[in-house]
Design a protein around this ligand. Structure first.
Ligand code: NAD
Length: 258
């Protein structure tokens, strides 16, 4: 019960395969009270159909499309009414147009670059600012990243650039919010078969290659991301902020695979 009585906002759940859903289940098991998010009405139906399996019903479910500033403001107001003070935010959302996630990065269109940055990186800044008045003085903010932020992963393309911006934003936000005790960290997860991941060309092949090249000789399990999220949201990680921690079976540590 590492998160007993903590109220944590998790955005966004697309379906039962979402990393956000795995995190929600682990946080629920550790006693957290959750405010869960989904992007729109269509995703809401998916969420409504799985949410009953939680031990505690969520305090609220919010629809939030982060491409709209008004939606972010409305979400913060909704969270304030539903929960008052909160102890955590999990940013678990990203988007880039599919045509930007294949072929050559050099061909990335301005509009696609802008969309990827806005949805996948700027949204962390905007959500943090909107929710800032609600954070308890030990609150923990967490965002999900991927190795493509730091190294070239073919086809990940503009999403890698957006994740690099996300990881830098984590550090700047950690500096801004640190004086009030609020921590900001990232998890750089190994590949997991989700809706968003399948938008990257060659993703299934990536999963296969990855599993042979990690020190653990396997892919990660989605619950390994979720338990790391529980750690970063809990007081066990009270000295850690501004970090992006790999949960990737060690893939990032390899210089050359056999
Ligand atoms: N699956 C992987 O291999 C992997 C690896 C490392 C990091 N991640 C990251 O994990 C996070 C969750 O992704 P996932 O893999 O669970 O996929 P997912 O498809 O289950 O989740 C992506 C979420 O982003 C939301 N989203 C997209 N555009 C949005 C918008 N405009 N406004 C609000 N929400 C929007 C979707 O509705 C969905 O809920 C993402 O940040 C992703 O980049 C995934």
């Amino acid at each position: 019960m590492l998160l007993a009585d903590k109220r944590i906002v998790i955005l966004n759940i697309a379906n039962k395969r979402s990393i956000a859903w795995a995190i929600a289940k682990q946080m629920d098991a550790h006693g957290a009270q959750l405010i869960l998010g989904c992007q729109n009405e269509r995703m809401r139906k998916n969420l409504d159909s799985i949410v009953n399996s939680l031990v505690r019903p969520p305090l609220a479910i919010v629809e939030c499309d982060v491409s709209e500033d008004a939606d972010i403001t409305r979400t913060a107001e909704f969270v304030r009414e539903a929960a008052g003070t909160i102890h955590g935010l999990v940013h678990c959302l990203a988007y880039a147009p599919r045509e930007a996630l294949g072929d050559a990065f050099v061909d990335t269109k301005r509009a696609h670059f802008h969309t990827a940055m806005s949805i996948s990186a700027y949204s962390l800044v905007a959500l943090t600012r909107a929710l800032r008045p609600l954070f308890a003085d030990t609150a923990s903010i967490l965002a999900l990243s991927y190795l493509g932020a730091q190294r070239v992963v073919p086809n990940y393309n503009v999403m890698g650039v957006a994740k690099a911006a996300l990881e830098a934003s984590i550090r700047y936000l950690a500096y801004d919010l640190g004086p009030s005790g609020v921590r900001v960290n990232g998890i750089s997860a190994g590949p997991v078969n989700t809706l968003a991941a399948r938008g990257v060309s060659g993703f299934v092949d990536m999963l296969d290659k990855h599993q042979h090249r990690t020190p653990l000789r396997r892919n990660i399990d989605i619950d390994e991301v979720a338990t790391a999220a529980v750690f970063l949201a809990s007081s066990l990680s009270s000295g850690i902020t501004g970090e992006t921690m790999f949960v990737d079976a060690g893939y990032n540590t390899m210089g050359m695979a056999e």
